[in-house]
Design a protein around this ligand. Sequence first.
Ligand code: NAG
Ligand code: NAG
Ligand code: NAG
Ligand code: NAG
Ligand code: NAG
Length: 475
Amino acid sequence: MLSLCCVLALLVLSCPEICGTNAGVKVKLTQKGLEYGRQIGVTTLLDQFKTIKVPDFSGSEEVSPIGKVSYSLTGSEIKVINVGLPQSEVALVPGTGVSLTISNAYINLHGDWRVKYLGIISDSGCFDLVVSELSISTTVTIQSDDTGHPVVSSANCAASAGQASVTFHGGASWLYNLFSSYIDDALRSVLQRKICPLISDAIHNLNPYLKALNVLAKVNQYAEIEYSMVESPVISTSSIDLSLKGEFYNIGEHKEPLFAPTPFSLPPDESNMLYMGISAFTANSAGFVYNNAGALSLRITDDMIPSSSPFRLNTKTFGTFIPQIAKQYPDLMMELLVKAATAPTVTFTPNNLTLQANATITAYAIQPNTTLTTLFNLNVDASGQIYVTGVKVAGNLTLNTVNMTLGASYIGPFEVKSLDSIFQMVLKAAVIAEVNDLLQQGFPLPAIGELNLVNTQLVIMKDYLLIGTDIHFTA
Ligand SMILES: *[C@@H]1O[C@H](CO)[C@@H](O)[C@H](O)[C@H]1NC(C)=O
Ligand SMILES: *[C@@H]1O[C@H](CO)[C@@H](O)[C@H](O)[C@H]1NC(C)=O
Ligand SMILES: *[C@@H]1O[C@H](CO)[C@@H](O)[C@H](O)[C@H]1NC(C)=O
Ligand SMILES: *[C@@H]1O[C@H](CO)[C@@H](O)[C@H](O)[C@H]1NC(C)=O
Ligand SMILES: CC(=O)N[C@H]1CO[C@H](CO)[C@@H](O)[C@@H]1O
């Protein structure tokens, strides 16, 4: 059940009070995705059908010239031994959900029979029954319950069995006729009556999973991302489209940034099962959250600079660019504090993901008694390209431009430009490495937990990142 649930979990989420806001993340399940969901669903139903219990039949009938014949088909031995669902179809029902049609299905049963007549004569044997040309149709409706969670149910279920054919083993042939008509009518109708409740149960059984669906996914110790729906799912003739909030929040504290998502729509591609658009808004809400959490500051010490580097974080190295540092603070180690001045922002343009950040860098000399003496601070505007890699929404940053201006100096005037090369090196070695660690973690995609993504492509579009993927269950 879990697997079918996952497909449905992709289809449905909730629509709480935030309905009407623009989506930060959009998800589209195509016909191809639905078709994959059908295969998984049919496998699940096959297992479900094998559990059908056929009740005992017993009764008596006047059979001339013998008289009263008591018979029983013993339930404990009437077993479903095979089920075939060779033909099934799913189709989108615009505005409602998904229709499922199964045709030419069959069920093989095996059981024992027993008769008693003329008071004393008893006879017994076994039988094989094939109920074939079974047709089943139902609609899976997708709705929200009053707590804003998705609920699926089965509507308009109909099942009919075309014919039953029975083979008896043991006993006298006149008995076969008695059973033939009985079995044909009774067992066929029993099976018919059992199928729709079974399907309804199977669909209904998805609800606990949907109820447990976490629309708030933890990213790390600072952030969680909310994937609740901002509007009801749009079910058209070609896809199911979901609009999700897709917003990062500080854990336990849902403060809204000043910016809002820019409306965007996914391209009409259909070659993958699933498409997902992640807006620049979603990425920028992450910057907002990390900045609020005070997570965007980094203390850089000499041990973070590669040992191969000729530049060291000490007053000797800096003294070659700013002589008064070496003069006033000879032979001291230094430390830098890089701190975001504002939340960094990303811009998505076709094939280009740019990160811009404004930061301050404060340089300290470390006194022998470990006191930090402030030497100067700089304002830095930096921009870099983020290269998105692999199937995770994870990337790596390379630095494009760095523009440094002096904030304050406690060591007299100096030419900021002279520090360009050393800071380029420090930013690359320490800051970019740190940002890349963060980017490599990526973040969880909505309800993807149980799925493997295959044939995944990532494309940077204007204002959003497009992921096209197929999905695969290994369970
Ligand atoms: C990427 O976009 C930024 C601005 O958004 C621009 O400055 C940069 O030149 C672009 N890079 C490429 C490779 O197109
Ligand atoms: C960085 O500061 C400049 C002005 O110095 C401003 O134009 C820009 O919007 C800021 N960028 C961010 C990401 O805050
Ligand atoms: C540490 O040393 C510096 C420089 O010698 C001095 O200014 C400062 O007061 C000292 N701090 C402490 C806590 O001893
Ligand atoms: C660097 O920033 C300063 C102040 O924000 C600005 O005047 C200057 O044009 C910028 N230089 C470059 C190369 O972007
Ligand atoms: C650390 C890392 O993976 N760096 C890569 C970032 O992306 C650029 C462009 O694809 C590569 O050249 C780097 O090697």
